[in-house]
Each structure stands twice: as structure tokens, then as C-alpha cells.
Design a protein around this ligand. Sequence first.
Ligand SMILES: Cc1ncc(COP(=O)(O)O)c(C=O)c1O
Length: 436
Amino acid sequence: MNEQTKLPNDLDSFWMPFTSSRAFKANPRLIAGAEGCHYIGTDGKRRIDGTGGLWCCNAGHAHPKITEAIQRQAATLDFAHSFGQGHPIAFEAASRLVSMAPGFDQVFLTNSGSEAVDTALKIALAYHTARGEGTRRILVGRQKAYHGINFGGLSVGGIGLNKGQFGTLYPDAQHMRHTKLPENAFSRGQPETGADLADDLQGIVDTCGAHRVAAVIVEPVAGAGGVFPPPLGYLERLREICDAHGILLIFDEVITGFGRLGTAFGHQYFGVMPDLYTVAKGVTNATVPMGGVFARAGLRDAFLTGPEAMPDLFHGYTYSGHPLAAAACLATLDVYRDEGVFENAAAMAPAWEDMLHGLRDLPGVVDIRNAGLMGAIEFAPEGLPGDVARAAYAKLWDLGLIVRPIADSIAMSPPLTITEEIIGEIGGLIRKAVAG
Ligand SMILES: Cc1ncc(COP(=O)(O)O)c(C=O)c1O
């Protein structure tokens, strides 16, 4: 038994994120190792990682090329900050990232998706200030949206349970309606109806005045709120309204970035260009924390009008461009390119969709949603909110598949290296768990 597989004797000191500590301690589920599309538990059992680490490990787990790059970098330059000085590997990583995103010039590096979202919102506010439009202070989000848990992202986020404990957040946040419509249940990919829900943004403009609206942020495919692909035409309509009123369009691509939909980024899949977009997770295959905000070509020019000695933006993290994260990023991007990881995601998407929708006959299933290699199965509620999905999660863990319970749905986002065989196994395990 090595250090990793030893059971900790203290399960109390680590205050776990988004976790019921009492439920966890009553039945601790512990992971000791990982390989490709599988996790290995402290019980020695191999389980399919149906969540890709939590929308993260697109190249599969423990890829040797990424591991080696991190090890090498730790021994060469462990850390240097980027406040007014620099180190080459951060520039190299930023340049590689931007080269994957035609139409975008810069990327501001952060350490997580939450930081990326708050950075994007602050860039939007500062952009309008720099151009003499400082009245634009309203940030628009959407119901059911998840934009991380920092103050800005939480303010524009649309999951009430995540906000209830914290009172007033950013005071000028407004929300559009979510895009979950009953008539769209069991849509394969993008639902047919609901593009007009984007007109909620026009409604906010009509009520508040365009001169007060700074930005609107949406996930191209809402993920952590339950997997909701955008209705056909919806993102295009948001773009039109933003253009008509000088509002910045921000896509939160923390999940849809790096191949989840079969293209490098979600905006490329949908053919709609945002002004800013966030990434995290897959940018380093989640090996070393990193996030970022991409800025549309020319956007930063607005920040270059002040005295030359002053920072463009009064914002940054000690670890922005961390050398280990930059090394992990470069190695990850090599793997994505050299091993055709995004291409595999695109090739597997039809089998993924067929597998999910083939489960429609299972008892209690009321909706199935999918986009690229994302998917969710929603059950009729039973007991407390989320009970039915937590029960499915627990059964599936025991059977050998890890999914993510979200409200009354189980969500999945496997590594993009998945095979048809593993997709088939996932379908079989869900059928066994739900059909009994
Ligand atoms: C769309 C989106 N934005 C932001 C975040 C927050 O990222 P992090 O947990 O790295 O802060 C997430 C996390 O799942 C996400 O899905």
C-alpha cells in the first residue's frame, strides 16, 4: 500500500467544497489513482470517470507527456510572478492559446474558472470606463447559469442555492430567463424552440437603458446548471442585441473550451463570436490550476490611452502565468493536437448522443439532453430536491461509473479520449442502476 492508497484517519480537517460533510463521512468515497478514462478507488476498484474529473480532463488522466512537462518545469523554474516582469514560458503558453482562437489577440491568465469569470466581468467594466462610458455598470447573467463562486460570477450566476447564504452580491446584476422549455424535452443537441428567450436582453435594455448595460455573460452550453444546449438561433440573437446596443458579449467557456464540442472552443462550434471568453479546466487537463480570459482583437487598445508607466488594468493574481501551469498548458495543447483529441470528441459525439437517448425508456426519465461529449439525464423528482440523482450517483459509484448529480439530473462529460466501447459500458451501467 503506498501513501496514496492509505486511508486518511482524519476526515474532518479538510472542509470540502460543495459537500455535505456528514453524508461524506458516513460513506467516504475516495479516489487514489487515475489512468485514461478511469479512476482507481482506495478500495482498489476501477471506475469509469464519466465526469472527466468535472468537465476537466479532456486528454484522459495521467497523460505521461503532461506529467513529464510539469516535472521538468518544476526543476527548471518553479515560480516567478508576472507583475511588471516576465518569464518566457508564460508568453509561450499565451501565444499558443491565442493561436487557437482566430479573432482574439490576448489572453489574461488566472488560476481557475471563477477567477476567469470575475476577471472577464472586471475587464468589461473597465473597458467601458476607459472609453468614457462609465455609466455601463449592469452585468447580465441568466437563470440556471453557473459562473463559479467568486462574487462577480455568483452575482451573474443563476442557481439560487449557491447564493442564498451570502446576501447582496454585485448590486447591478440582472438575469435573463433560462432556456429549459418543456416542449424541448428529449431534444437531440440544440433544441428547436426558444431563440426568442434572448430577447430578455432587449427587455433589460428597454427597462434600464442601453447606456447602463456593460455586458451579458452566458455559457454557450449551460453545464453545471444541468446541461442545456442553446436553442437554435439563441446565441446569434444575443450577438445581434449586443451589437445594436454596444454591450459586450462574454461566453463562459470553462466547460465548452478545449474540444468538449469537437472544436477547440464552443464559439467556433456555434459560429458566434463573443467579445471576451473564459476558459479553465481543460486548458491544462486540470493537472495544474489555470484559467484565462480571451479578448477580441483590438479590445485591449482601449486600455492603452493612459500614462505609459501605469498598468493597463489594475488586476492580476500572484500566480497569473505560473510556470508550472504554463508548462502543463503547452504539453496539454501538444497532446490535443498530436493525438487528435478534439477530432475524437467530434467522432464520438453521435455514439454518445445515441447511447444517452437510448435510455429514454428507463423508469422515471423525464428528459435527456446532449451536446458534443456533454450530457444529462433528468429524472422525475422524488423526496427532497436532488434525492433521486444522488441515489443514482451512489448506485453508479458502486457499479463502477462516476457521474455528477445536479438537481434531479445526472450529468456526464467523459474524457474526450473515450471509445465507443466505453460509451457502451456507460449506457449499460446506467441501465442497470436505474432499471434495477
Ligand atoms: C461555466 C463555468 N464557469 C466557471 C466555473 C468555475 O470554475 P472553477 O471551479 O475552476 O472556479 C465552472 C466550474 O464548473 C463552470 O462550469
